[in-house]
Design a protein around this ligand. Sequence first.
Ligand SMILES: [Zn+2]
Ligand SMILES: [Zn+2]
Length: 125
Amino acid sequence: MTRNARLILDIINQSNDHLTADALYLKMKEEGNHISLATVYNNLNKLCDQGLVRRVSVEGQPDRYDHTEKHDHLVCSRCGKLTDYRFPDLTAILHEQSGVDILSYDLQVRYLCPECRAREKETKK
Ligand SMILES: [Zn+2]
Ligand SMILES: [Zn+2]
């Protein structure tokens, strides 16, 4: 693994912020690394291919990058913020219902995050 790949992996593993490639690029530069955005993308693609980083795609938003420890996501419909959540494992239920062997599944639960919910209440007053 290259030094850049290792640094990017470390940032992702130490963060709970679901960073975009742009945000990772800025973080790398802040920490004094000379790197281009294209290199960040290349490394992210490799890390995802190797299964070391999880790519989280939400429609209409830039991809975000996450650590690979198993967890699900609550997605705010308004601002797109991702919040980690651990729902009970559904593999057995999905297998039972579908009759196929489940390799993996992606669960994205839509909701309004507390900030957006508060803002909604404000504007309705
Ligand atoms: Zn929100
Ligand atoms: Zn996550």
